[in-house]
Design a binder for this molecule. Structure first.
Ligand SMILES: C[S@@+](CC[C@H](N)C(=O)[O-])C[C@H]1O[C@@H](n2cnc3c(N)ncnc32)[C@H](O)[C@@H]1O
Length: 318
């Protein structure tokens, strides 16, 4: 027996599951859907959004859940070294995976605990500190390998850029109008260790963190990184290309990009009557893999089959 038909809670067929599936718990039908390179979707205001909104750069837990379901199996271990108020960690709760998050700013850690209490969720491991230090500690402690890294990195100096909601300005001028405000993203971190301004420093942080991540990721596993390109001071920066370059230099292999088009994102007036400035309504999810040097042997493949069958059996009896 190789393929088994699976059903959702409301008795609808999910398609056929191959017990040799090495990557995830998806049926063939779900797998095909998960490889789509564009996600044109807005997400509901769930999991204490008002509270999480204090961050300003939080990601929808349901989007994180679907990425986690694509790249892991139930019970797997996920790492987020820039975890903010916990989009990835809530995604782990929703998909029954274990997660570990690291966050530099204590305010965001506190919000995660707070929302877990309000949502009656048992908090997953979240560590307040600098990923550069914490990940080195993980290696010294010989922590278990992670099965997936899902993270949403600081977007260079996105946290310092003035937003001009409902207003317009010429390049170099301050924004004008009643709705002009300093971006909420400025509250990403109050810690002095947080990078400020220089792109080289941002690249260094990314390089340092992902070098440690690479050592902690199980061979054959994936790493997905949220990144948005940015328009700053009259110029457009392809930060996704920077990420592809930096992570490839570390040893990760770039496998593709998913574009998340947030259909709920409001358009703002930028540069009207002066110049064309993009209203950016999409972000990238860059997909990397730490390739296996040695392929799975027959026994390891058998073991995967056995675990897959057991999980399906447990699911049917629960
Ligand atoms: C884009 S946000 C992540 C938001 C997250 N996905 C969520 O749903 O809340 C990036 C986070 O990285 C944190 N950060 C920046 N530098 C860090 C570092 N060196 N170590 C750990 N966290 C860091 C920032 O404080 C910020 O909260």
């Amino acid at each position: 027996m190789r393929k088994i038909e699976l059903f959702s809670k409301n008795e609808k067929s999910r398609g056929f599951y191959d017990v040799a599936n090495q990557l995830n718990d998806l049926t063939g039908k779900e797998w095909v859907f998960s490889t789509k390179s564009v996600i044109p979707k807005g997400f509901p205001p769930s999991f204490q959004l008002k509270l999480r909104n204090k961050h300003g750069g939080q990601k929808p837990p349901e989007l994180c859940e679907s990425l986690i379901r694509t790249f892991t199996k139930e019970g797997d271990l996920v790492l987020d070294p820039f975890c903010g108020v916990g989009g990835t960690l809530i995604g782990c709760h929703l998909s029954k995976r274990t997660g570990v998050g690291i966050e530099l700013n204590k305010d965001w850690v506190d919000i995660y605990y707070n929302l877990c209490e309000l949502e009656s969720l048992k908090p997953l491991e979240i560590i307040h500190g600098d990923s550069r230090d914490i990940l080195k500690k993980f290696i010294l402690e010989k922590r278990k390998y992670f099965d997936f890294i899902l993270t949403d990195i600081p977007y260079w100096k996105m946290d310092e850029v003035d937003k001009s909601k409902g207003t317009y300005k010429k390049v170099g001028e301050p924004s004008m109008g009643v709705y002009s405000e300093k971006s909420k993203l400025s509250r990403f971190s109050s810690d002095s260790k947080q990078l400020r301004g220089r792109k080289e420093d941002w690249e260094m942080l990314i390089g340092d963190v992902f070098s440690e991540c690479y050592k902690l990721l199980k061979p054959g596993s994936y790493c997905a990184v949220f990144i948005g390109n940015m328009y700053n001071n009259g110029q457009y920066f392809l930060l996704n290309a920077d990420i592809a370059r930096i992570l490839s230099q570390i040893g990760f292999v770039l496998k593709g990009e998913i574009i998340w088009y947030d259909v709920n994102k409001k358009l703002h007036l930028y540069g009207i009557n002066y110049s064309w400035i993009p209203s950016i309504v999409h972000q990238f999810i860059m997909i990397f893999r730490k390739e296996r040097i040695v392929h799975l042997n027959k026994e390891e493949k058998e073991n995967i089959r056995f675990k897959n069958l057991k999980r399906i059996k447990d699911e049917k009896t629960s």
